[in-house]
Design a protein around this ligand. Structure first.
Ligand SMILES: Nc1ncnc2c1ncn2[C@@H]1O[C@H](COP(=O)(O)OP(=O)(O)OP(=O)(O)O)[C@@H](O)[C@H]1O
Length: 458
C-alpha cells in the first residue's frame, strides 16, 4: 500500500469539513465537475498560482542571480518564488499537478496548506502525495467521491491485488495480500463489513487462489459463495477441526521450502528461497486466503471444555498469522469488536493483523481496537462515520498511513454468480477436501406439461 503510506493525510479531516464549492453539491457531481467546474478551476489555478502559493507561505526568497536578472531586464518587483509547477492533468474527478519543491521546502509544508489551497481553487478536497524526493503531487478532487462510489475504469484486479473500494482521493483502495498479508476488518452491525468481504471474495474468486471460510454466523455470510470455497466451517466445532488442517498445510509448505533450501551447493543464490514465491512456478503451492467472519464467536466459551478448544484455536490462528505469509496463507479477519476482553491471545492475534479497516462502530473503544495503534485522527474519523453511509470505512496499516474508503455496491446475487461461474478454479488441495461445502443445487425449472391442458367446452 505504497500510495497510502506516502499519502500525507490531509484529506481525512478536510472531507469532514464538508467541502466548499457549490458545484460540488450538484445532483450529478461527476458530470457537472468535468464539464463546467474543471475549466473554471483550471483557469483559476493558472491565474492565481503564484499569489496563492505566496499566501500559503509556499514560496522561497529568489536567488541572487534571479534578482539580478529581473532587475536588469524589467522594472518589476522581484517576487518570492513558488514551487515549479508541472502540467495540469484533468482527471474524471478533478485534476492533478506535480510541484517541484524549492530547496528548504518539504512535502509537509504543502500538506499543511492543503485546506487553504482547496479553498482558493474551489474544490472538495486537496490531497498531497510524495512522488519522489523533492516532488509532490497535488490531487484536487471536485466533489465527494464517496457519496456514490464509482471505481476508476483503470482499477483492474491483479494477482492477489483486489481493488476493493474507493479512497476519498478518488484512487482505488487495493487489498494487496503480498504487501499486507493479514487484515482485520471491524464494524458494527449494518456498517458494511459483509459488502467489503463480498468484494474480496468476488475479486479473488477469479484468481488461482484457494478460498477458505470460517463463518460462525452459521454460514449466512459465506455460504452463498460455497461453489468457489475450498473449505467452509460454520460453527466453532467445525472451525476447531479445520484450523489444525490449515496449520499442517502451512507446515508442509515450510517443509517444501526447506527441501528447496537444502539443495546442492552449486545452486545459484537466486534459487534459494525463504517463501513460496521463490519456488519455481510448477512447484509453488496455491495461495490460501482464510476468511474469518465474526471472529469473537471463536473466543466465546461457556464450559471448561470449550475453553480448551478456544485456546487451541486461538493458538492456531496466531501461528497462521505469524508464519502464514511465507507459506502463501493469508488471513482476513472480520468482526464487530476485537479487544483484550475476548481473552487470552486476542491482542496478540490482533497485533499480527497489520492491515486495518474500521467501518462505523458503536463506541470509540471499538475504533481504537482497529486504529488505535495507527493514528488518533484515524480513530476520530472512524467515530464520525454516519449510519446513513454503509460501506464507508477508515483503512490503514500499522505503518501509520490511513485513508477514508467506501466500497461500491455489489449485490449478494451478483457476487454468488461470480463464485458459481468460477467454481472450476477451486484448486485441488486434498487436505481441505473433507471441508468442501455442499453446493446447493438451484431448484430445477418445472418441466413443461406433456399434455397441454385444454379448456373445458360445453
Ligand atoms: N458500499 C455500500 N453502498 C451501498 N450500500 C451498502 C454498502 N455497503 C453496505 N451497504 C448496505 O448496507 C446494509 C448493511 O451492509 P452489510 O450487510 O455489509 O453490513 P454488516 O456490517 O455485514 O452487517 P451485519 O454485521 O449485521 O451482517 C446492506 O443493506 C447493504 O446493502
Amino acid at each position: 500500500m505504497t500510495d497510502l503510506t506516502t499519502l500525507l493525510e490531509v484529506g481525512g479531516p478536510l472531507a469532514a469539513l464538508g467541502g466548499g464549492a457549490a458545484y460540488a453539491r450538484a445532483k450529478h457531481p461527476g458530470v457537472y465537475w468535468s464539464t463546467v467546474g474543471l475549466p473554471v478551476t483550471t483557469a483559476r489555478l493558472l491565474s492565481s498560482y503564484g499569489s496563492v502559493m505566496e499566501a500559503c507561505g509556499l514560496t522561497v526568497a529568489p536567488s541572487r542571480l534571479r534578482m539580478l536578472a529581473v532587475q536588469a531586464t524589467t522594472r518589476r518587483e522581484v517576487r518570492p518564488v513558488p514551487p515549479r509547477r508541472g502540467i495540469i492533468r484533468p482527471t474524471a474527478t478533478g485534476l492533478r499537478l506535480r510541484l517541484r519543491l524549492a530547496p528548504g521546502q518539504e512535502p509537509a509544508d504543502v500538506a499543511a496548506s492543503a485546506e487553504r489551497l482547496r479553498h482558493a481553487w474551489g474544490g472538495h478536497a486537496v490531497y498531497v502525495s510524495i512522488v519522489k524526493p523533492g516532488v509532490v503531487e497535488l490531487r484536487l478532487v471536485g466533489f465527494d467521491v464517496l457519496r456514490r462510489v464509482r471505481m476508476p475504469r483503470k482499477s483492474t484486479a491483479r494477482f492477489l491485488k483486489i481493488p476493493v473500494a474507493l479512497r476519498e482521493d478518488a484512487m482505488p483502495f487495493v487489498r494487496d495480500y503480498r504487501t499486507i498479508p493479514h487484515q482485520l476488518t471491524l464494524g458494527a452491525t449494518l456498517s458494511g463489513k459483509s459488502m467489503y468481504l463480498r468484494h474480496l471474495v468476488a475479486g479473488l474468486a477469479r484468481q488461482p487462489v484457494a478460498l477458505v471460510g470460517i463463518d460462525c454466523k452459521r454460514g449466512v455470510e459465506l455460504a452463498p459463495f460455497a461453489a468457489r470455497l475450498s473449505a467452509l466451517a460454520t460453527d466453532p466445532e467445525q472451525a476447531a477441526e479445520l484450523l489444525p488442517v490449515l496449520v499442517r498445510e502451512m507446515e508442509d509448505r515450510y517443509d517444501l521450502i526447506k527441501s528447496r533450501q537444502g539443495i546442492a551447493p552449486d545452486t545459484p543464490d537466486e534459487e534459494i528461497t525463504s517463501d513460496v514465491w521463490g519456488l519455481p512456478e510448477g512447484e509453488r503451492p496455491t495461495p490460501v486466503v482464510l476468511f474469518v467472519d465474526e471472529v469473537a464467536e471463536l473466543f466465546l466459551t461457556a464450559t471448561k471444555k470449550e475453553e480448551e478448544r478456544r485456546d487451541e484455536m486461538v493458538t492456531q490462528l496466531i501461528r497462521l498469522a505469524q508464519l502464514g505469509r511465507a507459506a502463501g496463507i493469508y488471513l482476513e479477519v472480520c468482526g464487530q469488536r476485537f479487544g483484550a476482553e475476548l481473552g487470552k491471545g486476542a491482542t496478540m492475534l490482533r497485533a499480527q493483523l497489520t492491515g486495518r479497516v474500521c467501518h462505523r462502530v458503536n463506541d470509540e473503544a471499538s475504533a481504537k481496537m482497529a486504529l488505535g495503534d495507527i493514528a488518533p485522527e484515524a480513530v476520530a474519523a472512524a467515530c464520525a462515520i454516519a449510519p446513513e453511509r454503509p460501506g464507508l470505512a477508515v483503512a490503514g496499516d500499522t505503518s501509520g498511513g490511513w485513508s477514508r474508503i467506501r466500497t461500491p455496491y455489489l449485490s449478494l446475487g451478483d457476487a454468488a454468480d461470480i463464485c458459481r461461474s468460477s467454481a472450476h478454479l477451486v484448486p485441488a488441495l486434498p487436505a481441505l477436501a473433507p471441508f468442501r461445502p455442499d453446493v446447493p443445487v438451484p431448484p430445477a425449472e418445472s418441466p413443461a406439461p406433456v399434455v397441454q391442458p385444454r379448456p373445458v367446452t360445453g
